[in-house]
Design a protein around this ligand. Structure first.
Ligand SMILES: *[C@@H]1O[C@H](CO)[C@@H](O)[C@H](O)[C@H]1NC(C)=O
Length: 914
């Protein structure tokens, strides 16, 4: 949620929705001294070289000393080969004045290394492992990375490596004598630079006791034509050039009414970036949790230079490149060599992990609002969904359910009987999610505050006092989740012996965890606060939310070890996907924000966060009927599907709108529920393989240049193509059907409502009604569905399945289905059914992946086949050698086989007869 200024309670009366964020509340690169200093190197270049004779070769890595030839400071350099076509590059000071921060907890585990071969010739060092190769140049320092001999990434090709070594503050000291002057020239230069040793922004002072300590490095992508990644920004999927603008910023911030088409920082920071071209995709994960800016050089900025090259006879233009600039820490970069988009996405999740298989209910529809006022309100809203025959799985409670914003407590007047209320929901197969934020009300009678005060659990000021900021409860302090003892304390609060007024089925929403501090610099914590291990907040800022999530996740797992936790978070960093789903924060009821929900979630999905959604309807403002309808239709095809709204907006539950709107929304909800088996299977496969659930077109059509930048469409796995209507008042939308090769061959696509087949590639204008969600199923795929209407997903557990088979040009298709108890960890002990269905030669067969151990009462009630050349006269189903004849019916452009009545765990063959 949010309004970011602490007089937020006043705004209801006068706020002008849509006026947007005030950008002057947030720093520009020019106002951030390390960004300004590091960016300067772009005009002059830097001078680093490896020191000859310092090279050490190990079985999986090489190390050497690196010299800054201008100030003679020395660094250590290490290049390590990791499994699966990834290299890790680390640069740190050789003898820093104090240790520099290294990110912890982002990687899912210590990455496994692999054996390398090393060859030296002509001052170049070639490090080879499998198909991957790194060629290290000593002077000037540079590394070129090759995948199967194709040059895909260069490090420091632009000579923008910039590493501010830690130094003593010599300002007050006497000037050094002439003998030492040489050595101190650079020190004095930096001291001259305003902002190096202290910095002001608005009324805030940053004391910067350790002085300048930025690190920066450039990465070029010679095989790429488009760069993407580095969420979270409200911007296009393809990154834009930053020439003439600020760089993209990564700094977790609570941004009020954020603006779209912007490079401003938002709530999450995931420093992974990909370069993609028709032949190769590669990526870089810049592991740094400090404030980071990323400059982007794309082909478009190179128009002039390529023209010059063209005229001078050289067609080779400068490749797209990214310049990462971080305020502190070390250089710790993972170079992932692909070669294809899905390879590189999986290389990234191999490092940072994936979301575990979520409980099925969390993939269904969520109903939230700031706030459902009291128990009666919750009960009524839930009952209305039943009255209007609309499915709904989860009710959410925002901050007002608490006793005065004291988390782990309830407002006793509005919610006198929370356990009864929860039981009422549970009996309907529904869930409750409650918010728990990290700011702790400074109230001596609040147990959490007194515990943290007594035990010293809060983040400290540089003077060693508990830091006090301002947030929802008024004066608040912030637990230092970096301290494992604090995380344990926090996790234990979720235990039902402590948090007695919830049940093990109540799940958690962690908001405001950037952290949001209404009266702090840029609405967050000051950088000179001190965390566990004596690290400054500056070093760890982008990880604060991540550490909060680790505590919550641990707490929920310990509360009920056999139930998979569901957590929603706003702040996130690389690896947070292991603990929580995300949403795109405080958006606006506006068509452009609807459009950005897909752009933003696609970028998050390739950065590990498949479990992404946006507030349906828009958080701020009041959507009209049409916008709300289209938003439900879009939200129904994003992984996390939740309606939510600001406290000052008009109530907008679907029945408060005219009947037509309610029916359109109902139709979108039913569509979502019908595809739950596909979503669930996709999330199982995400856990198994790291492959994103939703994907940009380029994931599967890497050679189609026209598809590279398309971000109004998404793929659900490789099975559905979704292009929601996201413009006002339109009767048709342009849809791009991607090509597989440069001859413009493509897949068949079948409209999921009519089974009409699309055979051509390229852009098509598709007519739409107000009910229409333009979705196609790929020819060659099989999609499992459930088509019976229930009030919640829990009641669908044993409902029968429909298999929708869409044939490719060869008359073939295949697709998987995964099922289990939808809730527990028993699947980790093999209690599941995972099956691949295959259609070929007019016959459908199944093949179990692993032994089908889970006992399911579900069955297959319907098979739909689209794309047959002729209508069969009948079908024969054979199970355990017993054959049975089935009727076949043609409807629209598909053939239906009813009641094959196949149990989920048996082998069968279903043959079409002519
Ligand atoms: C629980 O449900 C009963 C029956 O519908 C209702 O009378 C009661 O008010 C509900 N209680 C709460 C606390 O929601």
């Amino acid at each position: 949620m949010r309004c970011a200024v602490f007089f937020c309670l006043l705004i209801g009366g006068w706020i002008n929705y849509g006026s947007g964020v005030d950008p002057t509340n947030f720093k520009t690169c020019e106002q951030s001294s390390f960004c300004r200093r590091s960016r300067k190197v772009q005009s002059s270049g830097s001078k680093y070289s490896l020191i000859s004779g310092t090279l050490n070769t190990y079985s999986d890595s090489v190390t050497a000393d690196l010299l800054n030839k201008e100030n003679h400071h020395q660094f250590t350099f290490k290049l390590e080969a990791l499994v699966g076509g990834t290299f890790r590059l680390q640069i740190d000071e050789k003898t820093p004045l104090r240790p520099r921060y290294r990110v912890e907890h982002a990687l899912k585990a210590q990455p496994k290394t692999v054996t390398i071969r090393v060859q030296e010739s002509d001052g170049e060092l070639t490090v080879t492992s499998g198909h991957s190769k790194a060629v290290i140049h000593g002077d000037p320092f540079r590394i070129d990375f090759y995948e199967n001999d194709v040059h895909v990434v260069s490090v420091n090709a632009k000579n923008w490596l910039y590493f501010e070594h830690l130094r003593q503050k010599t300002q007050e000291q006497a000037l050094p004598d002439s003998g030492e002057q040489q050595q101190n020239v650079e020190v004095l230069e930096t001291l001259d630079e305003p902002g190096s040793w202290e910095e002001n922004f608005k009324s805030h002072h940053d004391s910067k006791p350790y002085g300048p300590e930025a690190v920066a490095l450039d990465f070029s992508f010679p095989a790429a034509e488009v760069l993407f990644g580095i969420p979270e920004h409200a911007d296009s999927f393809a990154l834009k050039s930053t020439s003439g603008t600020d760089p993209y910023r990564l700094y977790n911030l609570d941004v009020f009414e954020y603006i779209v088409d912007s490079k401003m920082a938002l709530y999450g920071s995931v420093p992974v970036l990909y370069g993609h071209g028709p032949q190769r995709t590669a990526g870089v994960y810049w592991q740094n949790a400090a404030e980071t800016w990323v400059d982007i050089y794309t082909a478009e900025t190179n128009v002039v230079s390529s023209l010059v090259n063209f005229v001078s006879g050289s067609r080779k233009s400068t490749p797209p490149a990214a310049h990462f600039i971080s305020e502190s820490g070390i250089v710790d970069a993972f170079i992932m060599l692909g070669p294809q988009p899905m390879d590189v996405f999986q290389q990234y999740t191999a490092l940072t992990g994936t979301h575990d298989l979520p409980q099925l209910f969390s993939l269904a529809y969520h109903q939230s609002r700031w706030n459902y006022n009291d128990e009666r309100d919750v009960t009524t809203v839930s009952a209305k969904y039943d009255e209007f025959n609309m499915p709904m799985d989860t009710m959410w409670l925002d901050i007002e359910y608490t006793d005065g914003k004291r988390y782990f407590t309830w407002d006793k007047f509005k919610f006198p009987e929370p356990l009864t209320m929860i039981k009422n929901l549970t009996e309907l197969g529904r869930h409750l999610v409650v918010i728990i934020d990290p700011h702790i009300k400074r109230d001596n009678s609040y147990f959490f505050h007194s515990d943290c005060t007594e035990k010293g659990y809060y983040v400290k000021t540089r003077e060693g006092n508990d830091y006090e900021g301002w947030c929802w409860p008024g004066s608040a302090s912030y637990p230092d989740f970096f301290n494992p003892v604090v995380r344990d304390y926090y996790a234990s609060q979720y235990h039902l012996s402590k948090f007695k007024t919830v049940t093990e089925d109540v799940m958690i929403w962690n908001d405001m965890n950037e952290p949001s501090v209404f009266n702090g610099p840029e609405i967050t914590a000051p950088k000179d606060l001190i965390h566990y291990g004596n690290w400054e907040h500056r070093d760890v800022h982008n990880l604060y939310g991540h550490m909060h999530l680790m505590g919550t996740f641990d707490g929920l797992q310990k509360r009920d070890p056999n139930q998979r936790p569901f957590i929603l978070t706003r702040a996130h960093f690389a690896g947070s996907q292991r603990y929580a789903a995300i949403w795109t924060g405080d958006n606006l009821a506006d068509w452009s924000h609807l459009q950005h929900s897909i752009k933003m979630c696609l970028t998050e999905a390739v950065a590990g966060f498949s479990f992404c959604g946006a507030d349906v309807g828009g958080f701020f403002g009041n959507p009209d009927s049409e916008l709300l309808e289209r938003w439900y239709q879009t939200g129904a095809f994003l992984p996390f599907f939740r309606a939510h709204a600001h406290i000052d907006t008009k109530r907008r539950e679907p029945w408060l709108f005219p009947e037509r709107t309610r029916l359109i929304i109902r139709s979108a909800l039913l569509k979502r529920y019908s595809y739950l088996p596909l979503w669930y299977t996709s999330f199982y496969e995400l856990e198994q393989t790291g492959a994103p659930v939703i994907r940009p077109l380029l994931a599967h059509y890497p050679q189609d240049k026209e598809a590279f930048a398309i971000d109004s469409q998404l793929l659900v796995q490789q099975r559905l193509l979704v292009r929601p209507v996201m413009q006002q008042g339109v009767s048709k939308v342009d849809v791009y059907f991607p090509a597989i090769d440069d001859k413009k061959n493509g897949d068949y696509w079948y409209d999921v409502d009519t089974y009409q087949r699309q055979e051509r590639t390229g852009s098509e204008s598709i007519p739409v009604t107000e009910y229409k969600i333009p979705v196609w199923q790929r020819g060659g795929s099989i999609v499992p569905k459930k088509e019976r209407l229930r009030r919640s997903s829990a009641l669908m557990l044993n409902d029968p399945y429909t298999l929708v088979i869409c044939l490719d040009r060869q008359g073939k298709a295949d697709g998987t289905l995964y099922l289990d108890d939808e809730k527990s960890y028993a699947y980790r002990d093999g209690q599941y059914i995972y099956v691949n269905y295959e259609f070929a030669n007019n016959q459908l067969t199944n093949r179990f992946i692993g032994k089908p151990k889970y006992k399911s009462d579900a069955w297959i009630e319907r098979i739909v086949i689209a794309g047959l050349n002729r209508v069969p006269s009948s079908a024969t189903i054979t199970v355990n050698g017993v054959a049975q004849q089935l009727e076949v019916e043609q409807r629209d452009a598909a053939v239906y086989i009813r009641k094959p009545s196949i149990k989920m765990d048996v082998d069968f063959a279903l043959k079409l007869n002519y």
